[in-house]
Structure formats: C-alpha cells, structure tokens
Write a protein that binds this ligand. Structure first.
Ligand code: SAM
Length: 280
C-alpha cells in the first residue's frame, strides 16, 4: 500500500495549505535556507524554501508571467532588466520573450537555488544560462545600492518577507531600487496575499505611493499560494499601465497573460482597492 504523505504549509492559526506528495526528490541546507524538491500528486514537482512553496510545475506560469509581462508590456522600450531573487528562472524565461530586452541581470542571493532548479525543475529553469542573462550571486539589497540610473525595469521576485528577503519589503530598499532605475523606469514586486498577508500588501502599496507618481496593484490566481489569490504592485514615475494603448499589446507564447488580461487585472475587488487605497 502506498503511504499517504502530505506536505503542510501553515499560514495562520486556522489556515494551512496541503499538497499530497509522492516523494522527496532532493533536500539540502544551503548557506541561506533549506532547499527541497518534492514530487506532488497533482502539481508536478515543487520547490520549497524553508518549507514554503515557491513554484510548482503546474501553476508557476501564472506567477512568472504576471510578474514579467505586465511591466514589459507597460514599458515602451525595456532594454535592461534587473530581477532580484527569481532563482527558479521562471521570470527570466518570460522576459527573454521580449526581443527588445538586451540584458537581464538576475541577482539571486543563493546560488544553490539556481543549481537545484536547473537540475530538478528543467521545464522552469532551462533558460537561466541564456547569453542575455547575467547571473549574479549576491544580496539584491547590496546590488541596488551600487547602481544608479541603470535599469528600465526592476522585478522583485523574492521569497516571503522572512530571512534574507525580509529587507526587500522595506522602504530603504525601495529607495535604492528607485535610484537604480532610469527616470522612466518601472518597479514591480510580488506583494503577497490580500487574504492572509494584507498588512504586507497595504504597507508595500502605501510606501510605493509615497515614492512614485503611479502605483498599481494587480492580481493573479496561483492555486498553491495562500488562498490562491496573489498580488503584485507596479510603480513608476513615467508609465501607467492604464494608459497603455491596447493596440501595442502583443499576444506572446503565454498561458495566463494576454492583451485582454493586461487591462482587466487592474480592476481590483473592492476589499483589495480599499486595502491599497490607490489614487485615481
Ligand atoms: N515565486 C516565488 C514566491 O513568491 O514564492 C519566489 C521565487 S524565487 C525562488 C525567490 C528567491 O528570492 C529565492 O531563490 C531566494 O533565494 C531569493 N532571495 C531572497 N532574498 C534575497 C535577497 N536579499 N537578494 C537576492 N535574492 C534573494
């Protein structure tokens, strides 16, 4: 008889998500975190960092497409892009779909996340050695401190605000990213679940509103993330996705993102709108 083994990720005192697992494929402790690959029954392989689901083969496309295509479609000429985190390689693979992008600096603190993803999640990480991707293994916080007026787009594809990612949700980091962006640059960060981490979403959104003239939160549906609804927040002093001419949007090789989705994701449910309290 096959054992019935479940992985559990607790989110609050009364809510947790569970995935049935077939086997543990890999586990190691890196300098920064516990890295595990499990084979799940329904979602293919999943990458867990410190026991938290980062990506699964079945639903990663939603997160990776939404964090990448919305800023790339908003910016008229994205040539140089910075990804902070993103060690599974999924976001970088989406950005490579834009021919205009000449260079992607991917600054991942943990070299082992990239190596493990390449070995065990090739369908997600296959493109990380593309010549347009410049892999840099270092703290993203430090990287943006050293840059000025350099990037068209910065994507903060970080893990949750615990451990090495905690400071990536704080104002000093956003100030450094703003300096690292060109004047008409776009910042996008994953801003957590509006159901279970609403304080984080509210803080990210209000901090960015204070610093940029345009701030837009949008949502995507990622079944293996807490409560299934995930938020992203985009900020810029020059480009508002709501002003993008729809005829300029291109239908690329994607499964979630599309020109129709581009505009609709900014129509927020009332409770999220109140939470982020955006102007306009
Ligand atoms: N899609 C994912 C999610 O929201 O769960 C995030 C994907 S990616 C695996 C997150 C990456 O951020 C991890 O590989 C982690 O090592 C990296 N990371 C965390 N803190 C970092 C930092 N300060 N600088 C650079 N990378 C960081």
């Amino acid at each position: 008889m096959q054992a019935d083994i479940w992985f559990t990720e607790p989110h609050s005192r009364g809510f947790r998500t569970q995935l049935r697992i077939e086997r543990v494929v890999h586990n190691e402790k890196s300098e920064f975190q516990d890295i595990t690959i499990v084979e799940t029954t329904d979602f293919g392989r999943a990458l867990l960092l410190d026991g938290i689901v980062q990506v699964t083969e079945k639903d990663h496309f939603v997160y990776n497409e939404m964090i990448s295509h919305i800023p790339c479609a908003t910016h008229p000429n994205p040539e140089k892009v910075l990804i902070i985190g993103g060690g599974d390689g999924g976001a970088a693979a989406e950005i490579l779909k834009y021919e205009k992008v000449k260079q992607i600096d991917m600054v991942e603190i943990d070299e082992r996340v990239v190596a493990v993803s390449e070995e065990f999640l090739p369908s997600i990480a296959a493109k990380v050695r593309d010549p347009r991707i410049n892999l840099i293994f270092k703290d993203g916080m430090q990287h943006v401190k050293e840059k000025e007026n350099e990037y068209d787009i910065i994507i903060v594809d970080s893990s949750d605000p615990v451990g090495p990612a905690a400071r990536l949700f704080e104002r000093p980091f956003y100030e450094d990213t703003k300096r690292a962006l060109k004047k008409d640059g776009i910042l996008v960060c994953q801003s957590e679940s509006p159901f279970f981490y609403e304080d984080i979403l509210a803080k990210v959104s209000t901090t960015l509103q204070d610093m940029f003239s345009v701030t837009r939160t949008y949502l995507g549906t990622v079944p293996t993330y807490p409560a299934g609804v995930w938020s992203f927040t985009l900020a810029s002093d020059a480009h508002d996705p709501l002003d993008v001419d729809e005829s300029s949007l291109v239908d690329l090789d994607t499964r979630y993102y599309s020109p129709e989705i581009f505009k609709s994701v900014f129509s927020l449910p009332k409770f999220v709108r109140e939470l982020v309290n955006q102007k306009r």
